[in-house]
Ligand binder design. Structure first.
Ligand code: SF4
Length: 354
């Protein structure tokens, strides 16, 4: 798409000038170390800066070099990630750290296409590392960039359509300041994050106001456009908190899902909300309890947990058994040592409130 000249005029200069005066002082902005830049980018995916910052600091402190992360156990990595959600990021982080250590001599490749071959690194993260660490001219396009470009240039293609993605990426790569690609990328993202905000941006103080399409055409609240509505699936988890003396049983999730590698309680999932008596008389429960005699101590309320495509509804059934379980895949954990295990936020919430 040819950029209309008056819209392109000084876009990069204005954005960079604004960035230098308004940027937040964030630790990953004071380094050219590709490892630390990569760490920050993975942590910040689908995460707000204020939420991700303490995790970044904790990871950078515990694993200051990629080899330290590569040689840590998966349990340690997941435990440090606990509470941040989207745990596949932590597992991919660990896998990539091993790849970099074993096959790249502990150095991130200074090449966009080579970066793309690493686990968990897509076009956005590859462009971020390439530009921020190695000053290579690859434009980053995240939600903030979509919003800014769509409003400023009046682009109405949906940002989640294949065509739209191509168009935004092409435009961002035309606009990028080839001499300062790292600063340009930081500047557009920061501008989208704190000036051209999703709701009620303060256009009156915006240096791009003239000529901003959305401002002059009163389209600010209508742009950017998204086509798809995400269908949210409801799931019902009946967690069994099985007590034997002063221990409870945990299981490590091995299924290839969002919580792979984390610990939880044995679980009976149902399609709908069902009465607890149905769970307590089910064959599945008898199998989990190995036909043990049991006594129900308490049944919790439902805890809701919203993920991007799912709503999890979990209740916790506290059960006491009279003989220890023999199932080797379960971990018998002391009640006062649960903080050793990486737990999903939902389970952690229940434990802290019970
Ligand atoms: S004028 Fe408003 S809508 Fe346009 S770029 Fe600035 S903040 Fe965004």
């Amino acid at each position: 798409m040819p950029i209309r000249k008056q819209y392109n005029n000084d876009f990069s200069k204005i954005i960079i000038k604004w960035y230098n005066a308004n940027k937040r002082d964030l630790p990953w902005r004071n380094t050219k170390d590709p490892y630390l830049i990569w760490l920050s980018e993975i942590i910040l995916q689908q995460t707000r800066v204020d939420q991700g910052l303490p995790y970044y600091l904790a990871f950078a402190k515990k694993f200051p070099r990629v080899k330290k992360l590569a040689t840590a156990s998966e349990d340690k990595v997941l435990k440090l990630w606990q509470g941040l959600g989207y745990y596949s990021r932590a597992r991919n982080l660990h896998t990539t750290a091993k790849q970099i250590t074993q096959h790249h001599n502990e150095k991130f490749p200074a090449d966009y296409n080579e970066l793309l071959k690493l686990k968990g690194i897509g076009s956005y993260t590859a462009a971020a590392i390439a530009s921020l660490a190695f000053e290579l001219p690859h434009a980053v396009v995240d939600g903030n960039v979509y919003r800014l470009l769509s409003r400023y240039f009046g682009i109405k293609e949906a940002t989640d359509s294949t065509e739209g993605k191509k168009k935004f990426s092409k435009l961002a790569n035309q606009l990028i300041d080839k001499k300062n690609p790292g600063t340009f990328n930081q500047a557009v993202m920061e501008f989208g994050a704190i000036q051209c905000k999703p709701v009620n941006p303060d256009c009156n103080v915006c240096p791009l106001q003239n000529p901003c399409y959305a401002f002059s055409e009163k389209q600010v609240s209508k742009l950017p456009v998204k086509s798809k509505k995400i269908a949210v699936k409801s799931r019902y988890f009946n967690y069994l908190v099985i007590h034997y003396k002063n221990s409870i049983y945990l299981n490590k999730r091995t299924a290839n899902d969002i919580w792979k590698g984390l610990y939880g309680f044995p679980l009976i999932e149902t399609k709908n909300k069902i009465d607890e008596t149905e769970i307590l008389s089910s064959a599945e429960l008898k199998t989990i309890l190995e036909k043990n005699k049991f006594h129900v101590r308490a049944v919790s309320k439902y805890y809701k947990h919203i993920l991007s495509h799912q709503q999890l509804n979990a209740r916790f059934i506290e059960i006491e058994i009279t003989k220890p379980l023999l199932n080797k895949s379960l971990v018998k954990a002391k009640l006062n040592q649960l903080e050793k295990y990486a737990l999903p936020r939902l389970v952690e919430r229940y434990i802290s409130e019970r």
